[in-house]
Design a protein around this ligand. Structure first.
Ligand SMILES: *[C@@H]1O[C@H](CO)[C@@H](O)[C@H](O)[C@H]1NC(C)=O
Ligand SMILES: *[C@@H]1O[C@H](CO)[C@@H](O)[C@H](O)[C@H]1NC(C)=O
Length: 448
């Protein structure tokens, strides 16, 4: 008996240490939707998401044609400019930050003390002098030279410190010094608990200017460059799983996804769909390109030549999957075909909004029942994304009326197609960087 107990204990210990070693590579954090805590009506949520998606796509596009001005008119005052914030802490002891989850840029930065020009934030500014693990990078470090713009700081900044300036396509800009410190990745229930990783490089922004209105303290870069969080953590993959956008539950984000974890998600009844991640040699956009081939509405495959979606040699066109865009945005000609197919295959009356507040295609639903709408399928290279209704139709009650309204959560835009996160709700999306694959599997994201 004693012996068996000992063996069992040994086996148990072995199991525990193996599990711990597997998980060591996984960093789990959580994202919250920027509108989650604002107590807005569904109509407002839809309007704000549409406005954000339009400005985001304008910004991504202007990133490729230097000098193009982004029309600030697509912004409505007070509408945040992003979709998700990730929560973590920097320093020892940890100081909380909340950063925009941006798959379109590399540098991670937060506003720092002493601030010369900062936008307002709810959390206190990060204070380097309050951290025992904080270190300034000297300007001759390779990491400093990797940045698009950096220089050697003089006295005011600290002699020979790495000073950076990082600009976004909408002319937002952050300037500060490049440092390293310990990052603690927050659990949903404990903002400063969770895994700690020492020595991560980040920007301490002391001069930050632009449109920052999402309650963020900075940006977390998840793109493909050397400075991005996935690159610095040397993970081969990362994933996110967005909970229902109109709800308030946090969404899990994993850096380093255990193989069995992803498989267990698949066990929830869905098929894994995978498509290749493409790198664009000419595009200035360091984003995640995939290959969209066609779209089916109801029973009709829309007559779109594949070349419409193709990534052109000059870096224009193409399709990206983006954490920072709410609604999928399609080239205008494609959107018009899609809209016409929806109207033709829906028996519901098209809803003419009384005010111009909602620009989407909407239908009136006379009763509270949910009549059928045509299905929507995105045909990707090697994958078919047959979207559940709640991933492309947005429903809300008509003010004062007895019925409700259902709107197509898709935007018309420029030649770049963007798969937005409304279409990714309750899907576990895996970015397999080692194999250049993107996978989707239906999941209950609040249960991961
Ligand atoms: C802004 O962030 C703070 C700190 O995390 C949080 O308490 C507050 O609810 C947030 N406000 C909104 C509108 O999301
Ligand atoms: C993520 O990468 C790790 C390390 O290479 C690997 O062990 C794991 O299987 C990958 N996860 C998935 C879901 O592919």
């Amino acid at each position: 008996m004693k012996m068996i107990e000992k063996i069992l204990l040994l086996l148990l210990l072995l199991a525990v240490t193996t599990a711990a070693r597997c998980e060591a590579a996984t960093v789990r954090l959580h994202a919250t939707h920027t509108d989650a805590a604002r107590g807005l009506s569904k109509r407002e949520l839809l309007q704000r998401m549409a406005a954000r998606s339009k400005s985001r796509s304008a910004r991504l596009l202007s990133g490729r044609a230097v000098g193009t001005r982004v029309d600030p008119g697509v912004y409505t005052d007070g509408v945040p400019d992003t979709e998700y914030l990730v929560h973590m802490a920097i320093g020892t002891p940890p100081q909380r930050v909340q950063l925009i989850l941006d798959t379109g840029s590399d540098l991670t930065w937060t506003q720092c003390r002493p601030c010369m020009s900062c936008f307002s934030q709810t959390l206190p500014h990060f204070d380097p002098s309050g951290s025992t693990t904080f270190a300034v990078h000297p300007c001759d470090m390779p990491v400093c030279r990797d940045l698009p713009w950096s220089s050697c700081g003089e006295q005011r900044w600290g002699a020979r410190t790495c000073v950076y300036s990082y600009a976004y396509a909408d002319r937002s800009i952050t300037t500060g010094h490049v440092d390293s410190d310990t990052f603690t990745f927050a659990n949903a229930d404990d903002p400063i608990g969770g895994a700690s990783v020492p020595g991560l490089t980040f920007g301490c922004g002391v001069f930050n200017n632009g449109v920052f209105s999402s309650n963020e303290t900075g940006i977390a870069g998840f793109a493909r460059g050397a400075l991005s969080l996935p690159s610095q953590l040397k993970v081969d993959n990362f994933s996110y799983c967005f909970t229902t956008i109109t709800g308030t539950e946090p969404s899990p984000v994993l850096l380093g996804v255990p193989a069995n974890f992803y498989h267990n998600t698949a066990g929830a009844g869905g098929f894994v769909q995978s498509t290749a991640l493409i790198r664009s040699p000419s595009s200035q956009l360091n984003a995640y390109y995939i290959s969209l081939k066609g779209i089916t509405v109801g029973t009709t495959r829309l007559p779109i030549p594949e070349s419409v979606f193709a990534l052109k040699e000059d870096g224009t066109g193409g399709t990206i999957v983006d954490s920072g865009t709410g609604m999928t945005t399609l080239p205008e000609a494609v959107y018009n075909l899609l809209r016409d197919a929806f109207v033709a295959q829906t028996t519901l009356p098209v809803h003419k909004p009384s005010s111009s507040s909602v620009s989407q295609l909407c239908f009136s639903m006379p009763t509270r029942e949910k009549p059928d709408v045509p299905r929507l399928v995105l045909h990707l290279e090697g994958a078919t994304l047959d979207l559940p209704r709640e991933n492309y139709m947005f429903e809300f009650e008509e003010a004062g009326g007895s019925g409700s309204i259902t709107c197509l959560a898709i935007n018309s835009g420029d030649d770049l197609s963007i798969i937005g996160n409304f279409q990714q709700q309750n899907m576990h999306v895996l970015y397999d960087l080692a194999n250049n694959m993107l996978s989707f599997v239906p999941a209950q994201c609040n249960k991961l």
